[in-house]
Write a protein that binds this ligand. Structure first.
Ligand SMILES: C[S@@+](CC[C@H](N)C(=O)[O-])C[C@H]1O[C@@H](n2cnc3c(N)ncnc32)[C@H](O)[C@@H]1O
Length: 291
């Protein structure tokens, strides 16, 4: 009997000592370093939280530590279907994801990486398959990049990691708990125009306007993200503001961006970049927080 009590106590202790959920993928444009600045804009009461370019979700996971209130308090969307299915797999079938990751971890070697990479994971109807596939390739692929060719084939080479943490069970459990109350949809950013209501917060973290004409990184999804999208995004942000939605948006600090958002509040911040295929490109970059 005493043993049972002791175990129950330990489980309780573990439950109260839950570590906060962190992004489960490294994602180009990840906002981990900028989160404290963005949070300054988000104090006070807020309706639902919308993140239409969720990616790794750094701001979402940070907010979830304090702002999570009630079922459906947040709505996360992205055009990358595999990413959306990864979130759903962790939310709805955590044990399935952990099981698959254990197999991937045990089988990990260069050959295995390229075999998994070549799997046509989109054919599977099981989100846990997609989640494990995404996590494994993200933890073991070069620089944690997600890059696809024109046909949508994932084409990142293997990375050089001594001991990649392929199955981070504690964090995945925390992520699954946080996602339990959250809506996750595969949608274009334009969808938020219909979903957001007065008092809600929308954080837009789109693929950025390139810093130079040659330096563009728009390979998150097959379609890319051009100037017409940047203009449409600005128009949606403006309409939402008129409706009483609190809008926050990140982008590079370029003359084009300042011109696009000349009727908004703009603050410059300097950001150290974590993901860049050339290490020489890892200096600080000027960004803007637009509200
Ligand atoms: C800069 S990343 C977001 C980074 C994220 N905030 C983070 O902390 O990791 C941009 C995201 O926009 C998504 N995306 C690209 N085009 C889109 C579109 N038309 N509608 C919605 N999402 C899109 C990409 O799949 C990518 O995940």
């Amino acid at each position: 009997m005493q043993a049972v009590v002791a175990v129950t106590e330990r489980v309780r202790a573990l439950d109260t000592d839950l570590s906060p959920a962190k992004p489960f993928l490294k994602w180009a444009g990840g906002k981990r370093r900028v989160v404290p600045k963005l949070l300054e804009y988000l104090d006070g009461p807020m309706g639902r939280y919308h993140e239409p370019f969720v990616g790794g979700g750094a701001l979402f996971f940070s907010l979830a530590q304090t702002a999570a209130e009630g079922h459906g308090w947040a709505r996360l969307t992205d055009m990358n279907l595999r990413l959306v299915r990864a979130y759903r797999g962790i939310r709805d079938d955590l044990e399935g994801v952990l099981e698959r990751l254990a197999d991937f971890r045990d089988g990990h070697c260069e050959d295995h990486y390229y075999r998994v990479r070549a799997n046509s994971v989109d054919d599977s109807e099981v989100d846990a398959d997609v989640a494990a596939w995404m996590i494994y390739l993200n933890k073991t692929g070069f620089n944690g990049l997600y890059r696809v060719n024109k046909k949508g084939g994932f084409n990142v080479p293997i990375g050089r990691y001594e001991n990649p943490n392929i199955r981070d069970e504690a964090n995945l459990r925390a992520v699954s708990r946080v996602l339990a109350d959250v809506e996750i949809e595969h949608a274009d950013y334009g969808d938020v125009f219909y979903a957001a209501e007065k008092g809600d917060v929308v954080y837009f973290d789109p693929p950025y306007v390139p810093l130079t004409k040659t330096a563009s990184f728009t390979a998150y999804t097959k379609g890319g993200f051009g100037l017409a999208d940047q203009v449409k995004l600005r128009d949606i942000a403006w309409e939402l503001k008129q409706r009483g939605v609190r809008v926050l948006l990140s982008n590079h600090d370029t003359p084009e961006v300042r011109d696009l958002y000349k009727d908004f509040e703009i603050e410059q911040i300097l950001v150290k970049r974590a993901i860049n295929s050339r290490s020489s490109g890892r200096g600080a970059v000027a960004e803007v927080v637009i509200s």
